[in-house]
Design a protein around this ligand. Structure first.
Ligand SMILES: CC(C)(COP(=O)(O)OP(=O)(O)OC[C@H]1O[C@@H](n2cnc3c(N)ncnc32)[C@H](O)[C@@H]1OP(=O)(O)O)[C@@H](O)C(=O)NCCC(=O)NCCS
Length: 157
């Protein structure tokens, strides 16, 4: 069963922050606090999307839209619901929103040690374009990845 996707509301902020702390920022300190997530939910240039099944949140994604590029800031799926297409559905929703807004390129950073995320994004057509040592608090390297959305994809009708 595919999850339902919708924009996050302020009631989702705490859960998103917890998922970020536990699934993305482990070992780095908690920068995506509930307050910061709330600011993203309120920001008109940012979409925060949640995937739900039977009212339970399975994952979320946060994308910031700039004039000619969108930046995927955060993405996580509950550990027990991985490899069931939830991450793909979240990225697809955010990419479609970017295309509708006229933005044709998405970039993101992920920890260099995060082999799962790198494989996931590669599977979705993202290419590794840069490696930045010390990107996370001067301690950990990131890999910057990007995808041109106009390549190999029909414009949503
Ligand atoms: C990365 C993440 C969002 C992927 O979400 P997901 O719902 O499990 O991904 P999907 O089920 O849509 O995977 C689609 C495809 O990506 C690839 N993929 C996903 N996870 C993978 C892994 N651990 N290893 C290798 N390939 C992987 C596979 O090709 C997969 O298709 P398949 O399951 O049919 O083989 C999820 O693993 C996660 O939340 N990780 C922790 C947080 C994180 O690293 N976020 C990204 C950095 S901000």
């Amino acid at each position: 069963m595919m999850p339902m996707l919708r924009l996050a509301t302020r009631d989702d902020a705490q859960l998103i922050a917890q998922l970020s702390r536990d699934r993305i920022e482990q070992g780095l300190g908690w920068s995506w606090t509930t307050l910061r997530v709330l600011r993203s939910i309120r920001d008109r240039e940012t979409n925060v999307v949640v995937a739900l099944e039977a009212g339970e949140a399975l994952g979320f994604g946060i994308m910031k839209y700039h004039d000619d590029e969108a930046h995927l800031l955060l993405l996580a799926v509950r550990a027990e619901r991985e490899r069931q297409g939830v991450g793909t559905a979240l990225v697809d929703w955010l990419e479609r929103s970017a295309l509708i807004a006229g933005v044709g390129r998405v970039s993101l950073e992920t920890r260099a040690t995060n082999a799962s995320a790198r494989a996931f994004y590669q599977h979705l057509g993202y290419r590794e374009i840069q490696s930045l040592p010390g990107y996370y608090q001067g301690r950990e390297a990131c890999v910057r990845m990007a995808r041109d959305l106009w390549v190999g994809r029909a414009v949503p009708g």
